[in-house]
Design a protein around this ligand. Structure first.
Ligand SMILES: [Zn+2]
Length: 503
């Protein structure tokens, strides 16, 4: 049983009418801060004998079961507006595990109420009640007594009592019940029959628990909303309590206002790596660093497509870091390029480059951009188990990086592979055939973007690789290079020929 003992004993005043048979606070079992606050806050504000109801966490068995049984709506398409791309790029368009856990908690709350058959006051653990709470409860009680409100346990009925702070809380005057929807998870009363309906109508988690309970699953005549509301909550409204779903800037502001700079920084970090929105752009172009992501973005722009390089574009993004699902790409110029985890596209284009020219360029990149190398090393290790740095020469590191990074992309089934050495017309024709509105370009500007790349303001020479350098590679690296050349249509590298080709 997930319902705990009473929050506090010896409560002097209980302001709730006696027809409210049970009072529960949905709360994560390990959230000591919120629980401690509620233990003193509720009795002090006239809510006696409330009990904690242990909420589900993202790792709980019931949450995992929802995912395993394919009961959770996934992106593509926003669960709120049903579109691939929402009007607002910052909105929450994908259900994240804490939201699914919250829904799972409410499913268990409704089961619990079906078992007890008691009219129940349900609260979240970050509520605050307003000064007219007592008057509001008395008004409801009188309404029931006089028969103005029909709230028999066998009728599916819900009364919404509290929601995020807004103008509603400032309305003065007499109480009234209206059939207006408010997202009232933080405080509401429901009959066992309403809880039963919520379970019967449940098909899957296709929205948040509050939208389901208060809007999608509600039928006309079943729900009422009390104005002015008796309660609001402290995480969304004021930022005083950290949100358990989406970390909020408001909370950082609050922490700074009380001088808790370190905690504010920790909250800032949570916000930076939290994702709640999947960006949709038609195109993703990716490859290894120095394989022409900037060049390809430039070609697309010449074709009239808005493709950003490590940055946003209405038609797409070109970024080597988007090959892997990092929490945060270090050089993203816009949130859209920040993480592959939060990006959805129709078409992925892979860029490749002849190792003969790519490897010297990558060696230079690895020498002068250690963060770029560290990023690839981490992700290649987690994908393939190969450490590209330890016990390797810098040339082997560069070869392993090029080949294994390409392999990671290949496994994602790119729709097209573009070789840096190919004529731009090939990419142009492919995009045109795929339905992209490309402009006719008679002559492409093929100046290589970043060709003389500066590292901290300096241009460094590329190493000049000899046949001896190529013949010094270990067999595993040679095999990977052979495979890379074969896959992407480059001539196999034979050390003798590399010397012969040099001037
Ligand atoms: Zn949307």
């Amino acid at each position: 049983m997930a319902v705990g003992k009473g929050l506090a004993e010896g409560m002097a005043v209980d302001l709730l009418p006696e027809w409210i048979g049970d009072r529960i606070v949905v709360s994560l079992a390990d959230d000591r801060v919120r629980r401690n606050r509620m233990k003193s806050y509720l009795p002090a504000n006239g809510i006696a004998a409330a009990r904690f109801f242990d909420a589900s966490a993202p790792g709980s068995a019931d949450v995992r079961a929802l995912y395993d049984d394919d009961k959770v709506r996934r992106y593509p398409s926003c669960f709120r507006c049903n579109r691939l791309r929402c009007a607002n790029d910052a909105c929450n368009n994908v259900l994240i595990p804490p939201q699914v856990a919250n829904f799972a908690s409410f499913l268990r709350v409704w089961q619990h109420i079906c078992e007890t058959q008691l009219i129940t006051l349900v609260m979240e653990d970050d509520i605050c009640v307003h000064p007219w709470f007592e008057a509001g409860m008395a008004w409801l009680d009188a309404g029931l007594a006089k028969g103005r409100i029909d709230f028999s346990p066998d009728l599916p009925r819900l009364i919404r009592l509290g929601w995020a702070l807004n103008d509603d809380h400032e309305q003065a005057g007499s109480f009234q019940l209206r059939e207006i929807t408010r997202m009232s998870n933080c405080m509401h009363i429901l009959t066992p029959a309403y809880a039963q309906k919520m379970l019967e109508r449940f098909e899957g988690v296709d929205t948040t628990s509050d939208i389901y309970l208060h809007k999608n699953a509600a039928r006309p005549g079943e729900t009422m909303t009390l104005f002015p509301p008796l309660a609001s909550e402290l995480s969304w409204s004021t930022g005083q309590i950290p949100s358990r779903i989406h970390p909020k800037e408001k909370h950082s502001v609050y922490l700074r206002s009380i001088g808790a700079e370190k905690d504010a920084q920790e909250n800032d970090r949570l916000i930076a790596t939290h994702f709640k929105h999947i960006y949709y752009r038609p195109l993703l172009i990716t490859g290894h660093p120095r394989s022409g992501t900037g060049y390809a973005a430039g070609l697309c722009q010449q074709l009239g497509l808005d493709v950003g390089h490590e940055n946003d574009g209405q038609d797409g993004v070109s970024s080597w870091m988007m090959a892997v699902e990092a929490d945060e790409n270090p050089w993203a110029g816009h949130p859209v390029a920040k993480s592959r985890k939060a990006f959805h596209c129709d078409l992925m284009i892979q860029l490749v480059r002849d190792p003969r020219t790519a490897i010297p360029s990558i060696i230079r990149e690895n020498r002068h951009a250690p963060k770029s190398l560290a990023f690839r090393r981490t992700h290649i290790l987690s994908h393939t188990g190969v450490d590209i740095v330890e016990n390797r020469t810098e040339m082997e590191t560069a070869c392993l990086s090029l080949c294994l990074w390409a392999g990671i992309i290949r496994l994602q089934h790119p729709g097209f592979v573009s070789r840096l050495e190919d004529k731009p017309e090939i990419l142009s024709r492919f995009l045109e055939r795929s339905g992209y509105p490309v402009k006719k370009v008679t002559r492409f500007d093929t100046t290589r973007i970043n060709a003389g790349k500066r590292y901290q303001g300096c241009v460094y020479p590329k190493p000049d690789l000899t046949g001896a350098d190529w013949s010094g590679l270990t067999i595993d690296v040679v095999e990977l290079l052979d495979d890379y050349c074969k896959t992407y249509g480059y001539a196999r590298i034979t050390p003798m020929n590399e010397d012969a080709g040099r001037t």
